[in-house]
Design a binder for this molecule. Structure first.
Ligand SMILES: Nc1ncnc2c1ncn2[C@@H]1O[C@H](COP(=O)(O)OP(=O)(O)OP(=O)(O)O)[C@@H](O)[C@H]1O
Ligand SMILES: [Mg+2]
Length: 232
């Protein structure tokens, strides 16, 4: 049985897509079988992974009777990936998506869903099927509010976790508020030049700068999440 992990925040640019990609690689390094799905109509993850010309996307799987494996691409970093589509919000179908994930459930330990910053149909679908939601939160009121709005958007059938993305500045009042609101994981991700450099390739920073501090931080984050899922 796989665990469905949705990465979400209604504030833009809080590192959802980067987190989804890096966790997919880090979970794979820990020996987990991982499926990553792009549910953002913007398709940033699909672009990052060089899959914009893919024949089938998640939208095809939600609308056609195509075999569920037809859209699955094996990445160079050992996880599998289903590309996104600009049509995903028009075809979002919670029941169909849930049954698709059930088909994948035998094959994968973790299914990671990357979501948009807009309260769209794709995001709601990703929240409805989630076992757990992870909020990347930058130290800004907008990012805290963006996580908090998700938190109250679609009931509370999933578990929730958050982590801080910091850029050198602290804000103890906001950090306290975040810690009082969310299950805040004890590992932070800081701003890193290596991440910016890795955006020129389809690989994550765990491959392009294996021994960097940022790569270790993502491995720690992945370990904490797997511990929460009792998968390690
Ligand atoms: N640790 C980091 N250090 C420096 N830059 C980072 C880091 N993590 C992500 N970035 C950069 O920040 C930008 C926003 O990241 P990302 O696209 O992952 O955010 P997002 O939440 O998915 O955005 P959106 O809301 O548009 O989907 C990207 O250019 C990314 O390369
Ligand atoms: Mg994104």
């Amino acid at each position: 049985m796989s665990t469905v992990l949705t990465i979400a925040n209604l504030a833009g640019g809080t590192t959802k897509t980067t987190t989804a990609h890096n966790l997919a690689v880090a979970f794979s390094e820990y020996g987990k079988k991982v499926l990553l799905i792009d549910l953002d109509a913007k398709g940033d993850l699909t672009f990052t992974l060089g899959a914009e010309a893919a024949r089938f996307t998640i939208a095809d799987l939600l609308t056609m009777n195509a075999s569920s494996d037809s859209a699955v691409i094996s990445s160079q970093e050992r996880f599998d990936f289903i590309p996104g589509s600009s049509h995903v919000n028009n075809v979002s179908d919670k029941e169909k998506f849930a049954s698709l994930l059930t088909k994948f459930s035998e094959k994968y330990d973790v299914i990671i869903l990357d979501t948009p910053s807009t309260p769209s149909a794709g995001l709601v679908m990703a929240l409805e099927v989630a076992d757990s939601v992870l909020y990347p939160i930058c130290l800004t009121t907008a990012a805290f509010r963006g996580a908090h709005r998700i938190h109250s958007l679609v009931g509370s059938h999933f578990t929730e976790m958050a982590f801080l993305k910091t850029d050198g500045f602290r804000n103890s009042r906001l950090e306290k508020e975040i810690a009082q609101t969310f299950d805040l994981l004890d590992c932070e991700i800081s701003s890193s030049e290596e991440i910016r450099e890795s955006t020129n390739t389809i690989l994550s920073v765990l491959s392009t700068s294996k021994n960097s501090v940022i790569a270790s931080s993502y491995r720690e984050l992945a370990y904490s999440v797997l511990e929460k899922f009792s998968l390690i």
